[in-house]
Write a protein that binds this ligand. Structure first.
Ligand SMILES: Nc1ncnc2c1ncn2[C@@H]1O[C@H](COP(=O)(O)OP(=O)(O)OP(=O)(O)O)[C@@H](O)[C@H]1O
Ligand SMILES: Nc1ncnc2c1ncn2[C@@H]1O[C@H](COP(=O)(O)OP(=O)(O)OP(=O)(O)O)[C@@H](O)[C@H]1O
Ligand SMILES: [Mg+2]
Ligand SMILES: [Mg+2]
Lengths: 222, 222
């Protein structure tokens, strides 16, 4: 479980302070499917990044199973992330001039998984997002939605207990989007993976058991 | 008007040929609102790029008002584009470490518009996409949807007769998306701008007078 306690995030922007999150307290329960919605610029990606320990709050605390984690060093956070968290970025952040297969293998490489097992798992994941015929291509040779699917496969590579997905179907037609959603829900059923989905897509939000709305750096609802 | 005649596009990918468009004939009429839909990887972005002369077909012809344009040199195409076409890229393609305002001014700078007039027009456009308070920020300091809105403002800067928009609301909540759509339709009413929208969003597709579906590099419907 992940808990945020009075979390704020202030960015320094052209000499001014921009309060992106203004006091967020949120409990994410194991195995739940949580949708995060809200207008453009409201703070959703920032909230997701902090929840995944990709960045640190300005004030407030973050707990993974009641252990305080926001104060860990960057390398401690990296180790914890690699074991526990899968992240799908809003802009994918695939590694250029690196094949789809190698991109998906990256989290497993980081964990020291042997190459044969890495290949097999990455291949299986690419197939489950409909990308097996393109595994040897670079991101620049793929369409927007194809890149998005590779990013999703990569996030699932190390079987994370927590998947944080930032607009994971934003570049997908409705059929590809449903198929991705089915995949994520199936994995959740099988492994108890917790799913936090930032989305503008009403269909996706509807599937979630719980919906939290971000407005101007604060939470509405629960 | 834009006409595509038996257009194909083949990419060379890891030693193989990938036929992204397999024979597209399409007439885009002045002032119309055309939605381009189809599954991920079907060829929509490729079709849009060729229509905007950002790339050349492998075979086939492209005409702007009955003048053959696909055979022009890169610099001739760049000049024609700068006068006639606004393009919103699926991945925005904003210039890093360059402010939102400077990004929006770019097409006007290219055309030699004097700086005061450039500033005023860019400011007005940023305001119309709800981004005036962020004009001095870099793309990396903006949310996904904020970057998308800056990209839209830039595409409109030189008052193009043809706007080609690749998933222009993919990162926007429904209210921001409607407001962008209203802006585009208003501009179309006033100036007769032709709108071609690649979209996965059913709401956006519904607004279009005409819908064309791309499937595996070919067109269905008309
Ligand atoms: N530069 C490239 N090199 C090789 N193949 C490419 C390149 N660009 C696109 N393709 C391939 O051409 C096909 C069509 O791509 P395109 O980007 O037009 O699809 P799309 O309909 O826009 O998809 P999406 O909805 O996912 O954005 C895809 O199979 C894609 O992988
Ligand atoms: N690195 C940064 N530096 C400065 N400001 C930032 C930075 N990242 C985000 N912001 C600002 O913080 C606020 C929240 O951004 P965030 O990316 O969390 O929004 P969002 O809800 O994900 O929006 P969208 O739906 O458009 O993706 C925005 O005003 C944004 O401009
Ligand atoms: Mg975001
Ligand atoms: Mg595309």
């Amino acid at each position: 479980s992940v808990r945020l306690d009075a979390v704020t995030k202030v960015y320094a922007v052209s000499g001014q302070e921009l309060p992106a999150l203004r006091g967020i307290s949120l409990e994410i329960n194991p195995g739940e499917v949580l949708a995060l919605v809200g207008s453009s610029g409201s703070g959703k990606s920032t909230l997701l990044h902090l929840s995944g320990l990709l960045d640190r709050p300005t004030t407030g605390s973050i707990f993974y199973e009641n252990r305080r984690v926001d104060q860990l060093s960057p390398s401690e956070r990296a180790v914890l992330r690699s074991r526990r968290v899968g992240f799908v970025f809003q802009n994918f952040q695939l590694i250029p001039r690196t094949t789809a297969l190698e991109n998906v293998e990256m989290p497993l490489l980081y964990q020291g998984v042997p190459s044969r097992e890495r290949h097999e798992r990455a291949r299986m994941l690419l197939s489950s997002v409909g990308m097996s015929d393109r595994e040897r291509n670079f991101p620049s040779q793929l369409s927007g939605g194809q890149q998005q699917r590779v990013a999703i496969a990569r996030a699932l590579a190390a079987s994370p207990g927590l998947l944080l997905a930032d607009e994971p179907t934003g570049n997908l037609d409705s059929r590809s989007a449903s198929s991705i959603l089915d995949l994520l829900l199936t994995l959740k059923e099988r492994s108890g993976m917790t799913l936090v989905l930032v989305t503008h897509d009403q269909e996706l939000a509807r599937v979630a058991k719980r919906l939290v709305r971000v407005r101007d750096g604060l939470l509405e609802g629960s």
